[in-house]
Design a protein around this ligand. Sequence first.
Ligand SMILES: O=C(O)CCC(=O)C(=O)O
Ligand SMILES: [Fe+2]
Length: 328
Amino acid sequence: MALSNTTTNDRLPEENRDGGIEQDWAGNDQDWWDWYVTLAANENVPTELVDGPGLPDVAAATDEQVECELAEPYDLDPAAIESFAREAFVRLPAVLSPAVVRRLAERLEELLRAEHGDDVAGRFTALEQMWLHDDLMRAVALSPRIGGLAAALLDEPGVRLYHDNALSKEPGCGRTPWHHDAEHFPLQTVQAVTAWMPMSAIPGRMGPLSFARGREVLGEVSDLEFDKIGTSYDEAVTKRFVERDVAVESGPFAVGDVSFHSALCFHTAGPNLTTQPRRALATTYFADGARVVESPTLISGTWREFLPGIEPGGLAASDLNPVVGRRG
Ligand SMILES: O=C(O)CCC(=O)C(=O)O
Ligand SMILES: [Fe+2]
């Protein structure tokens, strides 16, 4: 079996086929992901699927327990703040209890099934803005615990919500292309961070999020040209990182681990070579006071959904961007 996103790209909406990246994305958010994963190279990837780890083997928390846990501050080690500042990402243990992960995973399964049905093999299925219509997902997106961590790691007095996200890499879906999120977020700041919250343990064969170490890595690849129809950019980044000895952290996630990666962090994820969907909730926060860039691009996707009524250049503070986290 070939991995699903190894075919040449025909996923770019008709309206976006001409010109460079300086244009609005013409499709919806799922179209964006279906396109985006075709930009990843998948040569020499094994294709045999093995069993996944399953959901945490505990009783699910009640909804009240989920809300309580997500409202409690996390005891952040100052060394983790330093590590984030230096490396542009950090992985924190026990941010979520196994029982809470289990409850969220069960709810996410229902939401994904309602949206995408069962016929999803090999795809990267996404959901966003779940917090607008689901109480549990609202508890995650507006979580003082997660938002507080975002503010503390960015060292910002307050952070606003950009959007929530569910990222389900279905069995047999290939790699996520190398990128950094500053090019995804149409914001005039690099003070933005994404909390990536796995909904199970994520062993190596399941495609854990993987990070190039260091804030300065961006400079090593800034001359490489983005490729909107093929895998040449992803391949060039991989090659450059090897040539320049850039260290990549691609270890597994334990249940309850949550990573935070800065908009400056270069990251990728391996293919999902298990029979279980690789699922994570990912919520992005940015520094209060940031403005929208003058010219959002194709890579900014459906940004108008996340900043309704805000025009290029405007203050990024719509009704859908509440201040969620404050530095303790
Ligand atoms: O889940 C993935 O494979 C990619 C996620 C990602 O790039 C992000 O959350 O910034
Ligand atoms: Fe990303």
